[in-house]
Design a protein around this ligand. Structure first.
Ligand code: NAP
Length: 435
């Protein structure tokens, strides 16, 4: 028997568990540990609440979780309740599938003013993540600036612009739905420090902006290279650019606007005790397609700035870390000495949910090479962890417990919504009848 602990129950954790089950069959026991009492990581609290079809992948993870050789241990904080070193003693392999939950900092003057919010916090807030439920972003303002030209920036701009009715069928947290319903924001500025050909937005998500009930996207065709150059782009990005160009022909008769400000790099946030404006510098591309400042600046009056400029993995004491890339230092997923990284913790915050599947399978192969199926490492595995946690008064949330939490969330959903998430850990635990 081999024993593997996976830390983090998002897509990377679940695909890795699935891969280990395929490689080892009955000869493996996998413990999937999560800090929260609820599984699925970014599927639950990162994927936009109005993209329910993407969240359906959790049904596949559920199947993995219900297999007899996998245990979910929620509400166990590695680093507090048990250390990495202890896990390494207990298991043949420890996989860090901890994602990249921290925002990359926007290092400009004024970026710590109230009203500047990172996308991890903002997305977590509208998705009911317990860490961010109390965020209370300033929405009683006329305009917001969203920095970044990736899919997260698109999500944030769309969520800020939708009407209450457009959230029907979503599982947006009630506190966010009510706050957004009363939002005074009428103008969203989406800032890209480079141009339309350099966006990191996928076509389907970009196309959605053209069909909003009360908001219209706006582009300035002056920002675009000659249309013939679109043919040189990769098919996906070409399709996105086609959407962008089509926005120029949309009627501008809606109450809200989403302006694409290209070649606009933020240089400072200004305001008396809170955000009042964002100063940006016009940029141009150099011959390596990098943005370079032109020295010309302008100001965008806004009371909310959401930075959507990528994420990083929080370091763990004693685990080698690559600061420049915001992830664990690893060679193809191997950190060393029985320790592995998968998903965003391994490669940084790139790719889609599906990218984590081959990633998990690749790292599982590395584990199988080091701990061949059919052999034993003589480790205590889950029984050892259970004893340690019991000694420390830590009571993990099992998968069957999560199913009870899930049933309670479904039962209290508003009409048409699949669930109303508990937005605090205490409420999740209380739903289990535990103190
Ligand atoms: P991303 O795709 O890496 O985009 C980050 C954006 O931030 C880029 O436009 C980048 O511009 C810009 N940026 C970085 N540093 C900046 C700075 N200092 N000032 C101004 N702009 C800056 O990251 P993301 O949007 O956070 O998405 C993360 C991953 O999740 C991506 O793989 C994404 O596709 C995925 N995701 C997918 C979906 C979906 O499929 N529906 C939804 C959400 C997220 P440069 O290009 O100039 O560096």
């Amino acid at each position: 028997m081999r024993h593997v602990a996976i830390i983090g129950s998002g897509p990377a954790g679940f695909y890795s568990a699935e891969a280990l089950q395929k490689l080892y069959g009955d000869e493996i026991r996998v413990d999937l540990i999560d800090r929260l009492p609820v599984p699925y990581g970014l599927i639950r609290s990162g994927v936009a609440p109005d993209h329910q079809s993407i969240k359906a992948v959790s049904k596949r993870y559920e199947k993995t979780a219900l297999s007899p050789n996998l245990r979910f241990l929620g509400h166990v904080s590695v680093g507090d309740d048990v250390s990495i070193e202890e896990l390494k003693q207990l298991y043949d392999a420890v996989m860090l599938a901890t994602g990249a939950p921290h925002d990359r900092p926007l290092d400009i003057p004024g970026s710590t003013l109230p009203g500047v919010v990172g996308s991890a916090a903002f997305v977590g807030w509208y998705n009911g993540h317990p860490d961010f439920a109390a965020l209370d972003p300033p929405l009683g303002v006329a305009a917001a600036a969203v920095i970044g030209n990736g899919n997260v920036a698109l999500d944030v701009a769309r969520i800020l612009s939708k009407t209450r009715a457009e959230f029907a069928g979503s599982d947006i947290a009630c506190h966010a739905l009510d706050a957004l319903d009363h939002s005074a924001i009428r103008a969203v500025h989406l800032l890209g420090r480079r141009g339309p050909h350099q966006i990191a937005m996928t076509p389907k998500e970009l196309g959605e902006l053209g069909h909003l009930e009360a908001a219209a996207p706006r582009v300035d065709l002056e920002d675009f290279p000659p249309e013939a150059d679109d043919a040189l782009l990769e098919p996906g990005i070409r399709k996105s650019v086609t959407h962008l160009r089509s926005f120029a022909a949309l009627p501008q008769d809606k109450a809200k606007t989403i302006d694409f400000d290209f070649f606009a790099a933020p240089v400072r946030v200004e305001g008396e005790g809170k955000v009042e404006r964002l100063v940006v510098e016009r940029t141009r591309l150099d011959d390596q397609l990098r943005s370079v400042g032109t020295g010309e600046t302008y100001a965008i009056d806004c009371g909310l700035v959401v930075t959507c400029i990528g994420y990083q993995t929080p370091p763990i004491a004693g685990v080698p870390y690559e600061h420049g890339r915001g992830r664990f230092a690893n060679a193809d997923g191997v950190i060393g000495d029985g320790l592995y990284a998968v998903g965003w913790a391994r490669r940084g915050p790139t790719g889609t949910i599906g990218t984590n599947r081959p990633d998990g399978f690749e790292v599982a192969d590395k584990i199988a090479a080091a701990c061949p199926p059919g052999s034993s490492g003589g480790k205590a595995g889950g029984a050892g962890l259970d004893a340690l946690l019991a000694e420390r008064g830590v009571h993990p949330v099992a998968f069957s417990d999560w199913q009870r939490i899930e049933a309670a969330e479904t039962a209290r959903a508003r009409e048409g919504s699949p669930r109303e998430k508990f937005a605090s850990v205490d409420d999740m635990i209380a739903a289990l009848g535990r103190p």
